[in-house]
Design a protein around this ligand. Structure first.
Ligand code: SAM
Length: 308
């Protein structure tokens, strides 16, 4: 899979419909009234590449995602400022979609700010159940709080805390079955947004990030009731992706396995260990998204006993 670069196609403007506040049909009608032509559901990634002018499509992979031509700016749009739509890259919608928590369940978002994936989780939960969201960064948490309010998210608790210090055996978390883990990474998949010197992380920085990612993934798997976890990064480096997942799975023995998530997704994990093809990759060239990685892990065997 190729990353971004001067030859990579431009990524469209993806718009996730916030189903806590509205529905796809109403948003489509709104944009039609604003002079856009709706072309229906895309049938291929190629079709997304041909979008231009005031035309838009429904995405072929994700049910609540609309696709507009690259650089369409909706930051001032009424639907955005009122939280009816979320401006979120398609690849970044994959972790919550693939985690697929059932309505009413308890979920941890371990590295959550600024909260796009948290609001997506809340939409999938239909605002039922509970989301425990953590982040260390005060400023990002403040932005997140505003964003979640605007998006109509309820039933969540934001905590400023290093997730590595959250006690998995605290009774508060005894019903947490799902964890979304989107830790800090090199951001090497977001090349268009990074200065060139940062787009290629040094070996030392990669090693430090990978060490953190391994620790935080191991920690997340210590929550006693967790059944399913989505690990994601916006990095294209195997050190932060397949290598992290492989190392932690090995350390876990037979307790967790990789789920063959989204078999029809065209771009898979690098074949660095048996089963790595269960992971998903994304890139401007292959999936018309930012560079991204997602792995879904599942507890093997019986349902975990939920401590009383
Ligand atoms: N999931 C977020 C979203 O979709 O909007 C983006 C998360 S960003 C890739 C990673 C976040 O992890 C940053 O906000 C950073 O402050 C946070 N972080 C870094 N180290 C952490 C730690 N030890 N515990 C909790 N959060 C941490």
């Amino acid at each position: 899979a190729s990353g971004a670069g001067p030859e990579a196609p431009q990524v469209p403007r993806y718009v996730r419909v916030n189903v806590l506040k509205t529905c796809v049909d109403d948003v489509v009608e709104f944009f039609k009234r604003q002079g856009y032509s709706f072309l229906g559901r895309a049938s291929s990634v190629e079709e997304l590449k041909t979008l231009s002018g005031k035309k838009f499509l429904l995405d072929l992979h994700l049910p609540e995602l609309l696709v507009f031509p690259p650089q369409t700016d909706f930051h001032e749009n009424r639907l955005y400022t009122s939280g009816h739509i979320i401006l979120q890259d398609k690849a970044s919608c994959l972790p919550a979609f693939l985690l697929s928590p059932s309505a009413g369940s308890h979920v941890i978002d371990a590295c959550a700010a600024p909260g796009n994936k948290t609001s997506h989780l809340a939409a999938l939960l239909k605002n039922k159940g509970h989301i425990f969201a953590f982040d260390v960064d005060t400023k990002r948490l403040a932005t997140m709080n505003t964003m979640l309010m605007r998006a109509g998210v309820t039933s969540f608790k934001l905590t400023q805390q290093d997730f590595l210090t959250v006690d998995p055996h605290d009774p508060k978390y005894s019903k947490v079955k799902y964890i979304l883990l989107d830790p800090s990474c090199s951001g090497s998949g977001m090349v268009a947004r990074l200065p060139l010197e940062e787009a290629v992380p040094s070996a030392e920085r990669l090693q430090a990030l990978a060490g953190f990612q391994r620790r935080v993934l191991s920690h997340a798997l210590r929550f006693p009731a967790v059944q399913r976890l989505a690990y994601s990064t916006c990095s294209v480096r195997r050190e932060e992706n397949e290598d992290v997942v492989h190392a932690v799975l090995q350390e876990q023995g037979s307790a967790f396995r990789l789920v063959n998530a989204f078999p029809s997704w065209p771009c898979r994990g690098l074949a660095t260990f048996p089963g790595a093809e269960c992971c998903l990759r994304a890139s401007p060239a292959d999936t018309l998204t930012q560079g991204f990685f997602v792995a879904v892990l599942e507890r093997c065997g019986e349902e975990a006993a939920v401590p009383s």
